[in-house]
Design a protein around this ligand. Sequence first.
Ligand code: MN
Length: 240
Amino acid sequence: MLFASDMHLDPSRPEITQLFIDYLNEHGPKADAVYLLGDLFEVWLGDKVSLGDYEDVIACFRALSQTTTLFVLRGNRDFLLGEAFAKASRVTLLNDPQVVDLYGTPTLITHGDLLCTDDVNYQRYRKIATNRAVQWLALNLIPDRKKREIARNMREASKRAQAQKQGDIMDVNHDEVRHWFNRYTVSQMIHGHTHRPGQHQYDTNMGTAQRWVLGDWYTQGSVIKVTAKAGPELQQLALS
Ligand code: MN
């Protein structure tokens, strides 16, 4: 099984889109399933506006769906991914978080932003942005051209806010991580969002638990390959 997140695909970085598509074309058909854990797209302004911006990626998903089941979680950049996207791409949208069975090991998968509880301002924003009624109003009342403008402004504001925040605030809160292991009674977790690829251990009620973090796709690719024999393995893909 393959995991990736935080591709942040954007028409302005065609080489990353190509790396992602090439990887999926080569390795996807051999995988038992592919899980994409959010922030696939740099920005998603609703299916009606954004489907047309990513036709090559959607076509790749659709082709892969003939051999492999694709699961998608929404991230904070693409929380507006909807049913039209799922239908066009032939992917299954999952709620965040989700427990999945990885060759006998129950594993919690999540985008990761919900674990970053130290960033109080972000969590406040998230609560509003993921509210169904707010989303409906935004999608239906804001003209399409205005949506692009708002997205641009929000990204600029987010960059400024990130530059001001201390590094640790944007990482996961370790008490929250332990709490999730215990609440979902799992000893394995995979997420993205923090752009800090790695593997971390925690003492939990279930014993030692592993938290695997996927990296972003800004200057390279990052995937976790899980096999029945070897378990999870973090891999970096070079941009040729
Ligand atoms: Mn994210």
